[in-house]
Ligand binder design. Structure first.
Ligand code: LMR
Length: 394
């Protein structure tokens, strides 16, 4: 049976991660996979998570199944994180998923079943894994322009002009904050215009919220989501604990939906449950259990918020330092946008050949489209990196 299966193309980001691990060169620089790193190049277990894990180890007395929707308190805590504790949650539902990707896939299955004729609009560019994930769930994908790579900002007019062509019931995948791969986000007035357009044309927002807390702050980063939720009756959100709780390998996240009524929300959740049950049956518990403990305990939560904020501020500093080094080396302001963008990623104006050259000659790893993970930048030592990048551009 298997002799007819050709080898699949490896995922570009994961292949790069593997290649970096096997590179023996001293001084190699990892600007590839989207994983936070501290000043020592480590991805630490967060302090609050360590404490929660110890408590969980001491207290947990059973490993029996939880349920396909996961832990109810975790789900409520995730809804509170996105919508605020005081928000009316009568038409909101959440289910625990294996990471943000698990949420994206369950919601992709759900939306495809809800409207098989819809087209799904994705930003050009987007996280590469969005495309196979949606395709495998049966979505008919169309791209909308998002980024002006000359001006290094969102091309909002082009985006809106394109989405004017979408038809009632079409799904639009949006990045809630920290757009991956560009780092260019919508501002509040742009989110309001998006909400207006979606309301006018009957479009459905499907929001990938993988980086809450990495752009401007935990509350600030859900401004766009809340603007959409206030204006529109329905939406879906895939949120993740991989980045802001650094739980990458534990696979914790949530699929969130807002429906037109409480009954519709219950029915839609039950449909999502049927996809879970026939796929992985139930989500893993460990990461979500620790997240619940951190979010619900005042002391752990305060410690987490502080550590998350220090990670965010480190990325802000790295952006400024890198833009400054590039300004000095290139004698131009063409890289200043890096200091203004948000979250973990920005894109450098490099060709694939130039990206390959930097990796092969200097051990500098970044994704083929020039996407860099700013958390991997060498703090306090940017000049050499800036010089190498400017040199390949000459
Ligand atoms: C990334 O974009 O690098 C991260 O989201 C990790 C991944 O799974 O691709």
């Amino acid at each position: 049976m298997f002799e007819h299966i050709p080898a699949s193309e490896p995922d570009a980001i994961l292949a790069l991660m593997q290649q970096f691990r096997t590179d023996q060169r001293e001084g190699k620089v990892d600007l590839g996979v989207g994983v936070y790193k501290d000043g020592h190049g480590q991805t630490p277990v967060l302090r609050a998570i360590k404490k929660a894990e110890q408590q969980l180890h001491a207290r947990q007395d059973s490993k029996t199944y939880v349920s396909p929707t996961g832990d109810a308190e975790f789900c409520t805590a995730m809804l509170d994180l996105v919508f605020g504790k005081s928000a009316d949650k009568s038409t909101l539902r959440a289910m625990q998923t294996p990471g943000g990707s698990g949420a994206l896939r369950v919601l992709s299955d759900l939306l495809s079943a809800a409207n098989p004729d819809a087209r799904t609009w994705v930003s050009d560019p987007t996280w590469p894994n969005h495309l196979p994930m949606l395709r495998n769930a049966g979505h008919n994908i169309v791209e909308y322009p998002y980024y002006d790579s000359k001006a290094n900002r969102v091309d909002f007019d082009a985006m809106m002009g394109s989405l004017e062509q979408a038809e009632k019931g079409d799904i639009v995948l949006l990045h809630g904050c920290c757009h991956n791969p560009t780092g260019a986000d919508l501002d509040a007035s742009q989110w309001a215009s998006v909400a207006e357009l979606f309301s006018k044309r009957g479009l459905f927002p499907f929001i990938d919220l993988a980086y809450q807390g990495f752009a401007r702050g935990l509350e600030e980063d859900v401004e766009g989501v809340r603007i959409l939720a206030d204006k529109l009756p329905e939406l879906a959100i895939a949120t993740s604990c991989s980045k802001n709780l650094a739980l990458y390998r534990e696979r914790a996240g949530a699929a969130i939906l807002q429906a037109g009524s409480s009954i519709q929300a219950d029915n839609t959740l039950s449909k999502a449950v049927s996809f879970v049950r026939s796929n992985y049956s139930m989500p893993p518990d460990h990461g979500a259990a620790m997240t619940r403990m951190v979010l619900l305990d005042d002391t752990l939560r305060a410690d987490w918020s502080e550590e998350l904020e220090s990670m965010r501020m480190r990325m802000v500093r790295l952006r400024a330092e890198f833009a400054d080094a590039l300004r000095k080396r290139s004698n131009s302001d063409q890289f200043d946008y890096i200091a203004e963008q948000h979250g973990m990623f920005s894109r450098l104006p490099l060709s694939t050949a130039q990206v390959d050259q930097l990796r092969e000659e200097h051990g500098i790893y970044m994704v083929g489209d020039g996407r860099i993970n700013v958390a991997g930048l060498p703090e306090g030592n940017m000049d050499e990196l800036a010089a190498q990048i400017v040199a390949v551009l000459d």
